[in-house]
Design a protein around this ligand. Structure first.
Ligand code: NAD
Length: 568
């Protein structure tokens, strides 16, 4: 995965640009850090103020200026502008202040950025494909894919975080996700490509807005939609044969269909389904380790049976089996609820939701607990009857974990594990300070969005964020270095296990079920190695030795330092 931009501080780049043309290439521009010699060689004399800054000083300058903005969206705009101007500086800042800026370039602030995308638009990045490009998608994609692309994140933006259909504004999500691949795993930004499949929007208010930048039609559906996806996949396979394609923020039914249709045709996965499931499993594994009760002895209630919920249920089911629960007992250990309550035999599901039948409790499990389809099968009743020890929220609905429900759970369980995973912050099923207070400080809480630490009864609990960023960069890097043909479920499972085992005792003592973000690069590297080895083990990748993977990782992982520039 060599790039024309070199690799870290050792890279050498031959540069043909001179003067201003060099200052506007974000991967080559070093702004005030151009040395006296470089200023002379590349005809930059007089185009920059006198002082030559070190990268460190530049980082502190941009950090100070961003900190002076008190509005999160303004910080986002400032960061995007920096990314467009000087990518080394952008990534150096993100890595040095990861806990400060991840919530800006990604959830929760990126949610605001998608909603206001058309108002805050500055410079284009990535590729928009619209129905107007039908029949020419390869040609259009080639406008951007005229270099070695190894990583694509594509969205149709119908289900952005918990914010629903955001149309063309959804582009902010693949851009943010790819930035996290670079921050988290060191994949060079020039190898990445964000794509918005802008097939229209059913968000009428957005579509009718004077500033809306997207394809101003209702969403394409049915066979026409499928045809665009198919043409897009074919174009990716031809133009970027070595790329990993990550499907992002599709609405549930399309997310599942597309994943199943293409996962064995091209190297691809869906982060909302598979990445979320792995990050949830990691939290559960770290949690059961923290409280010292085997997973085999837990009961799980899962609120939400959408893209995230279904993936979580599948990974947890397999984990229960590995922990020793007999296969035919697994279903009785996980109660899954959607907006109409418990998934249980006797319920009718809408068209396209047949998958819920497989997740439903047979009456033989539900009835002895007094839970019957169409009657008392809401979360509160399920918690009272089923007495879960682990409660997970992936419903996109705020404040679903009510006081009485949480208190009931805490009556039956010494150390509840409570994970309100919905994003953004405004959609979280529960607030950590309440969850910890209602359980008298006994719960381990991990959330989808970042939350401040909580002090209860003199003890401070840090709140781990079950952020997919702990999983997808490592999985992606592992799949790429292994040259895997497929990303299997087992590769996500080993990623989850590696993540859980990376949480230190000191972190657990503080209440954290995920590692501190400052260790993200090390964690992603460990995950990448485990994932690559698993790909080989499963026969979906050629088989170099583990040592070769390590050497290859050393070679490809990019550190944001200015490369050496040579005149071409
Ligand atoms: P989705 O729309 O596919 O599914 C939502 C599910 O919640 C559906 O099954 C729906 O029936 C159910 N639901 C809606 N209202 C409900 C209610 N009142 N009670 C119970 N269930 C209800 O969405 P998704 O992709 O599965 O995402 C769900 C949430 O999970 C989002 O908020 C998303 O941000 C979050 N998420 C978090 C992470 C993470 O933290 N790592 C990752 C992915 C998704």
């Amino acid at each position: 995965m060599k790039t024309e931009f070199g690799n870290g501080s050792t890279g050498r780049v031959r540069v043909k640009e001179r003067g201003r043309a060099l200052l506007i290439r974000p991967l080559l521009n070093r702004g005030t850090a151009f040395t006296i010699e470089q200023r002379s060689t590349f005809k930059l004399e007089g185009l920059l103020p006198d002082l030559v800054s070190e990268l460190e000083l530049q980082v502190s300058r941009v950090h100070d200026s961003l900190q002076r903005k008190d509005d999160a969206l303004e910080k986002y705009i400032g960061l995007v502008a920096l990314q467009d101007r000087n990518e080394v500086l952008f990534y150096r800042l993100l890595l040095d202040y990861i806990e400060t800026y991840l919530p800006i370039v990604y959830t929760p602030t990126v949610g605001l950025a998608t909603e206001h995308y058309s108002e805050i638009f500055r410079r284009p990045r990535g590729v928009w494909l619209t129905p107007a490009h039908r029949g020419r998608i390869k040609e259009v994609l080639a406008n951007a894919a005229n270099r070695d692309i190894r990583l694509i994140v594509a969205t149709d933006a119908e289900r952005i975080l918990g914010l629903g259909d955001q149309g063309a504004g959804g582009m902010a999500i693949p851009i943010g996700k790819l930035a996290l691949y670079t921050v988290g795993a060191g994949i060079h930004p020039s190898l990445t490509l964000p794509i918005c499949l802008d097939v229209g929007t059913d968000n009428e208010e957005l579509r009718e807005g004077a500033l809306y930048l997207g394809w101003r039609r209702p969403r394409l559906r049915g066979s026409e939609y499928d045809a665009i996806i198919e043409e897009f996949v074919e174009a990716v396979a031809e133009l970027c044969p070595k790329a990993l394609l990550q499907w992002e923020d599709f609405k549930k039914v399309n997310a599942m269909r597309i994943l199943e249709r293409y996962r064995y045709r091209i190297l691809s996965f869906n982060d909302d389904i598979q990445g979320t499931a792995a990050v949830a499993l990691a939290g559960v594994l770290a949690g059961v380790r923290a409280i010292g009760v085997s997973l085999a002895d837990h009961r799980i209630a899962l609120l939400g049976a959408g893209a995230a919920g279904v993936g979580i249920a599948a990974q947890l089911g397999k984990a229960l089996v590995r922990a020793g629960v007999p296969g035919d007992e697994v279903r009785s250990r996980i109660a899954i609820l959607d907006s109409k309550g418990l998934l249980v035999e006797g319920r009718r599901y809408r068209e396209g939701e047949d998958y819920k039948k497989e997740l439903s409790w047979p009456a033989a499990i539900a009835e002895p607990l007094g839970l019957v389809a169409g009657e008392n099968n809401d979360l509160e009743s399920v918690v009272a009857a089923f007495r879960p020890t682990i409660l997970i929220g992936a419903s996109g609905q705020p404040d679903m974990f009510t006081e009485s429900l949480v208190r009931t759970m805490a009556q039956h369980c010494e150390r509840p594990l409570i994970f309100p995973f919905s994003n953004p912050t405004s959609k979280s099923e529960g607030r950590p300070e309440q969850l910890i207070a209602w359980t008298e400080g006994r719960a381990f809480v991990a959330t989808g969005s970042p939350f401040d630490p909580v002090t209860f009864d003199g003890k401070t609990h840090r709140i781990g964020q079950g952020n997919n960023v702990y999983i997808f960069p490592g999985v992606g890097l592992g799949a790429l270095v292994a040259e895997a043909r497929t990303v299997t479920e087992e590769m996500f499972t080993v990623a989850a296990e590696t993540l859980a085992s990376a949480v230190t005792e000191a972190e657990i003592a503080e209440g954290l079920l995920y590692p501190r973000l400052s260790r993200l690069r090390d964690v992603s590297r460990a995950i990448a190695l485990a994932v690559a080895a698993e790909a080989v083990e499963q026969g979906v990748a050629p088989a170099p030795s583990a040592d070769q993977f390590t050497a290859y990782l050393d070679e490809v992982v990019w550190e944001p330092f200015y490369p050496n520039l040579e005149p071409a």
